[in-house]
Design a protein around this ligand. Sequence first.
Ligand SMILES: [Zn+2]
Ligand SMILES: [Zn+2]
Length: 135
Amino acid sequence: MSDRCAGSCLCGEVRFEIDGAFEHFYLCHCGLCRKDTGSAHAANLFSSTATLTWLSGEDKIRQFNLPATRHSKCFCSRCGSALPMMQREGKLLVVPAGSLNSEVHIRPNAHIFVASKASWDDGLDKVPLFPGFPP
Ligand SMILES: [Zn+2]
Ligand SMILES: [Zn+2]
């Protein structure tokens, strides 16, 4: 069974393909991920077996490693979008779920580091839903 998915950054310069299955899908609410994403939590897929192929824009990719932590981020230097990266000396592929353009065959496994979640990140399932802008 082929398990291939494609992704790109917001401006479209960087495009990539991933071959293989993901083992974990975590929503991380830690302070570093909140700052990094500007949102309530990061949404990252993890795989120790899948392969990542850059199709375009590899020269636009930058990596930021936060000193004294294991937190790092790959992003497009043109539009700032989060991009996949290898961690643990190339043994672990980390893919921001929002960077993918295809469906993934895995649902989030867990919310993690919820002890550090934002004060407003509570009962969000009770917030009104609109299909587009609010009326
Ligand atoms: Zn871009
Ligand atoms: Zn985190």
